[in-house]
Design a protein around this ligand. Structure first.
Ligand SMILES: [Cu+2]
Length: 680
């Protein structure tokens, strides 16, 4: 089967040659730092092959960017962490839309609904240094986007196929038909993997299967006007190695409508308007993807869902040649429900509501947010500029739970039942950028953001003193960002450093004893973090390039006088690459230091510290063949030496019938893969 896939991939690549578009260029396998080209901004192309081969979800693609790490739970759907900050501290947008997962146990971060090869770019904006993409981005903003360029009339698209160890196979295809005034786009992706083995040959409960389909219809009467209607549908199944249930459904339904008008010529230069609808229907169960679960039990399956609707409207004003002001308003509301019961077809009993699909969905939470923002770009001179932004949000949450489920056995009265709370939150930043010299840009920025607690902080935990964390205070982050980017000649380099003071940090602490039960609580503490990322690429000769990156973060819980939990240890990557435009060969070493600054049981909504961890180094190799300008074949061996290791922040391994329980969910052992891309 695997061999057939590979042969098919090669044939695809070669036949694609006939349809090669002359303008297309292809790049090397992404192994280390996608370079930062603008202050605090890292951009990467998700269609490029990358090493190690990521799972086909958003989090694993972010992991190649220095400063990011992923909390592993199984084969896919890990939680991305930037500079030690996870969950809603990272604002993740899919073509401008917010998507919020349904799972109270955080099996589905927004990135679980991202199918990276269906996007054209991933952009990371570090720090609270923008206000135009929504509220709360205290650590950063991640934009998964499709190209909005108006294409020449005709047909274009791409196909990619990938096959790898552990039954991995991915297929992605997209095509776009454009005329002078309209276009039609359709894309599909599918990804599948069996349980992988760690470096010791121990199988990890991690198989998955995911697919997505999306389509867009656009009207482009001119280069500067675009009206687009988009629809998307996706679903998946994934085994989890860190808990007693697996994800048997991750269904998304999406519709969006967008209008852009640019270069309008007056003081009002451009406008953009967007509305969207995202519906998530998630099922986790103990019987369909693992042995030993009882489908007849009262909590065999849990089925939360969430409906998120939102939109934004913004206009850019050309106040003068040297100053642009973007003003806008955005809104987002979502309703969360849940139900649980036995597997479909099982009857109700004394203590069992029966088939969960026949039960009503019960609302537990509702959120509303409306924000207004303004961001000003002001050139100070030819070589320097100031960017300032201000934002105010009106946030509202309602607690619709009458009871709080403390464990499988215990429920207690909810002290905040049917309470609604409102907050007005403000954020702002100012940044100065200076082109010091040809190719050098330095910057310094100060930002402050107020982030309302999210669903998981309010509803998936209790407070220290009561059964409800609904009154948890908003978190306020004040952060200083400094850095420098260099581009030009054989060397490009970037460094970005930060210092952050967080008041009322929403700390999640697990295993807190309440009566006979151990519960998870949300606590407000004061915290501070600092760290930096650095990257360098040096072209040694025409064909040989070396690159490297470093990422470090240090976090303190100032209230408790301890380390802050879930901080990734120091990480370094070194790559060496030969590329003669036809053939390429590369090697990558990723080294991660030990982490002994831990706060056991403390962390964020996705994970809490387990213990100190050891350092490790992993070697990977790759090669590529550019068959022509449009077709490329790449192959690699990840973790060549079959090293057994786990990321510090990964989840603890659970007891899964038929599998060996491990301290943490271990990473993938030696993994061979081959990938073919063809553009047409
Ligand atoms: Cu779940």
């Amino acid at each position: 089967m695997k061999q057939k896939m590979i042969v098919a991939a090669v044939l695809m690549a070669m036949t694609g040659a006939t349809y090669a578009a002359e303008t297309t260029t292809m790049d090397e396998v992404v192994v280390t730092a996608p370079q930062s080209t603008q202050p605090l901004t890292v951009k990467t192309d998700p269609k490029k092959p990358r090493q190690p081969v990521p799972a086909h979800d958003g989090a694993d693609y972010l992991k190649t960017i220095p400063g990011f790490s992923v909390i592993r739970k199984g084969g896919t759907d890990g939680d991305p962490v930037l500079r030690g900050m996870a969950g809603s501290r990272l604002n993740i947008l899919l073509d401008g839309e917010q998507i919020l997962g349904g799972c109270g146990g955080r099996m589905d971060p927004p990135t679980a609904y991202v199918f990276p090869s269906s996007y054209d770019s991933i952009t990371v904006l570090k720090g609270p240094q923008t206000v135009i993409h929504g509220a709360g981005n205290s650590a950063g903003t991640v934009l998964f986007e499709r190209s909005t360029k108006r294409d020449e009339a005709g047909l274009s698209g791409s196909v990619s196929l990938m096959a790898g160890s552990f039954g991995r196979n991915d297929e992605a295809v997209n095509a776009k038909v454009s005329s002078d005034s309209a276009y039609l786009y359709a894309g599909m992706t599918r990804s599948q993997a069996d349980d992988y083995k760690d470096g010791n040959g121990v199988a990890v409960h991690s198989a998955y299967n995911r697919w997505s389909a999306n389509a867009a219809m656009g009207w482009t009467p001119s280069d500067d006007t675009r009206l687009e209607l988009t629809v998307a549908k996706s679903d998946g199944k994934a085994a989890y190695a860190d808990r007693s249930v697996d994800g048997s459904k991750f269904a998304r339904d999406n519709v969006g409508l967008k209008l852009d008008k640019q270069h309008m010529g007056g003081v009002l230069d451009s406008i953009e308007a967007q509305v969207y609808y995202n519906y998530i229907d998630h099922v986790m169960d103990s019987y369909s993807l693992r042995a030993g679960g009882n489908p007849a039990s009262a909590m065999a399956a849990m089925n939360p869902d969430r409906k998120t609707t939102g939109g934004h409207f913004a206009g850019t004003l050309n106040l003068a040649e040297v100053s642009q002001l973007k003003l806008g308003v955005d809104t987002q509301s979502n309703v969360h429900t849940g139900r649980s019961g036995a597997a479909p077809g099982y009857p109700a009993g004394m203590m069992n509501p029966g088939d969960y699909t026949l039960l009503p969905r019960v609302k537990d939470a509702e959120f509303k947010n409306v924000g207004v923002f303004g961001e000003l770009h002001q050139d100070v001179s030819d070589a320097s500029r100031v960017i300032v932004g201000l934002r105010a949000d009106s946030w509202q949450a309602t607690d619709a739970r009458s009871m709080v489920m403390r464990s499988m056995m215990t429920s207690v009265m909810n002290p905040t039942a049917n309470k609604t709370r409102k907050e007005t939150l403000t954020s702002g930043f100012a940044r100065y950028e200076l082109d010091v010299n040809e190719g050098y840009t330095a910057y310094v920025g100060l930002g402050q953001t107020s982030r309302a607690p999210d669903y998981w902080e309010l509803f998936s935990s209790e407070s220290m003193t009561t059964a409800s964390a609904f009154n948890t205070k908003p978190e306020k982050t004040t952060q200083l960002d400094v850095g420098m980017n260099h581009r030009g000649g054989a060397l490009s380099a970037s460094v970005s450093a930060f210092y952050s003071k967080i008041t009322d940090f929403n700390l999640i602490q697990s295993n807190v004893a309440k009566g006979m039960d151990l519960v998870k609580v949300t606590r407000n503490v004061d915290a501070s973090t600092y760290g930096a990322e650095a990257g360098v690429v040096y072209q040694l000769t025409e064909y040989i390039k070396v690159d490297g990156s470093l990422a470090y973060v240090h976090g303190n819980n100032d209230t408790d006088g301890t380390a802050l939990g879930q901080m990734s240890p120091l990480e370094a990557r070194m790559g060496l690459n030969y590329d003669n435009k036809m053939w390429s060969f590369g090697g990558l070493v990723r080294g991660v230091a030990a982490q002994d600054r831990v706060a056991v049981n403390q962390g964020n909504i996705a994970g809490q510290d387990i213990a100190a961890s050891k350092g490790f180094a992993v070697l990977s190799l790759n090669g590529g063949w550019r068959i022509n300008k449009a077709a490329q074949l790449t192959a690699g061996v990840d973790n060549l030496l079959n090293k057994m290791y786990a990321e510090h922040i990964s989840r603890a391994g659970a007891m899964v019938s038929g599998f060996t329980q491990t301290t943490r969910v271990n990473e993938v052992g030696r993994n061979l893969w081959v990938k073919a891309n063809v553009d047409f």
